[in-house]
Design a protein around this ligand. Structure first.
Ligand code: C2E
Ligand code: MG
Ligand code: MG
Ligand code: MG
Length: 292
């Protein structure tokens, strides 16, 4: 036994494994108290109609401001929150905050058609998910047609039949449904047609390929997804648009909406409200007015 060989003998663990496991536990413990300590807030990234330049809505993105660690990016904690289940109360907080904020903007006379909220696999699969969404809509007074739920392609495909049943309940409530990170989750095309989906969000990895290799095949996946979405009557949104060349390509291909740093990074509620008052993102006219 390791114990017999001395108190500080950790021979059964590789040091990095140990550090990783401890780090996970520390993050988990901190996540469990982050909600009551009000350490979470939301950033909003505008979604832009590529024809008119108008803001059609926003995607709400979770931010964690830890008192000692500073800003912790979602990639560092969402997976841990899912594994230990705290994603459920956190996800409900996100949904409520995003819906309440959007209702507030609408009540202030600002034009915002939809708010998009990311839903994790753990939330989506829970028995009480649909009821919880309904409760939040009723409590915040946001019309269901103004809420768009983003679910990744890989989550939907994990149990395609089960997913269809849940999506249909949400659809019947009037909620809009989007497939996030489209192109990364190996959808069978036969299922894609059966999901009652309103929006396809092309993953940013494909968008960032446009104009990168300087060959004729650049953007070929993006064109194919836009064509498919257009014929399935699904709105296509390109994620991660950073460069003018990408934007021009997307407009040429009749991609309906875009999101990305070229328009605006995700920003706090006050900053987003300023963008809403401005309404039009004039990068569409090839002039950047919101440099970040
Ligand atoms: P996502 O839903 O695909 O969100 C898009 C991510 O791309 C965001 O990263 C956004 O800040 C980033 N992004 C936007 N425009 C650009 C661009 O032009 N270039 C580049 N390089 N990146 C861009 P973020 O905020 O770090 O979020 C990462 C992921 O974390 C999200 O991917 C989503 O899967 C997850 N996430 C964020 N908020 C939530 C939440 O409230 N709940 C759940 N379950 N997941 C969330
Ligand atoms: Mg998303
Ligand atoms: Mg995405
Ligand atoms: Mg993603």
């Amino acid at each position: 036994q390791a114990k017999d060989k001395g108190r500080n003998n950790y021979q059964f663990f590789k040091p990095e494994m140990n550090v990783r496991a401890v780090e996970r536990q520390v993050i988990e413990a901190n996540l469990r108290v982050a909600l009551v300590r009000h350490e979470f807030f939301l950033h909003y990234q505008p979604k832009i109609n590529l024809k008119t330049g108008e803001i059609t809505g926003a995607e709400a993105l979770l931010r964690w401001q830890h008192p000692q660690w500073g800003m912790v990016p979602p990639i560092r904690f969402i997976g841990i929150a899912e594994d230990c289940g705290v994603i459920v109360p956190i996800g409900r907080w996100v949904l409520r905050e995003a819906c309440a904020q959007t209702r507030y903007w609408q009540d202030s006379g600002l034009d915002i058609a939809t708010i998009s909220v990311n839903i994790s696999a753990v939330e989506f699969r829970r028995q009480d998910f649909v009821a919880a969404v309904n409760t939040i809509l009723v409590e915040t007074g946001l019309p269901p047609t103004c809420l768009q739920l983003e679910i990744t392609e890989s989550v939907l495909m994990r149990n395609a039949e089960g997913s269809i049943a849940i999506l249909e309940q949400l659809k019947n409530m009037g909620i809009q449904l989007a497939i996030d990170d489209f192109g990364t989750g190996y959808s069978s095309l036969s299922y894609l047609n059966q999901f009652p989906i309103d929006v396809l969000k092309i993953d940013q990895s494909f968008v960032q390929d446009i104009g990168y290799n300087k060959t004729d095949s650049d953007g070929i996946i993006v064109s194919a997804v836009i064509a498919m979405g257009n014929s399935l009557k699904q709105k296509v949104i390109a994620e991660g648009v950073e460069e003018q060349e990408q934007l021009s390509f997307l407009k040429d291909q009749h991609c309906e909406e875009g999101q990305g740093y070229i328009f605006s990074r995700p920003v706090g509620a006050e900053q987003f409200e300023k963008l809403l008052r401005q309404r039009v993102m004039t990068q569409i006219a090839d002039v950047a007015v919101f440099p970040n």
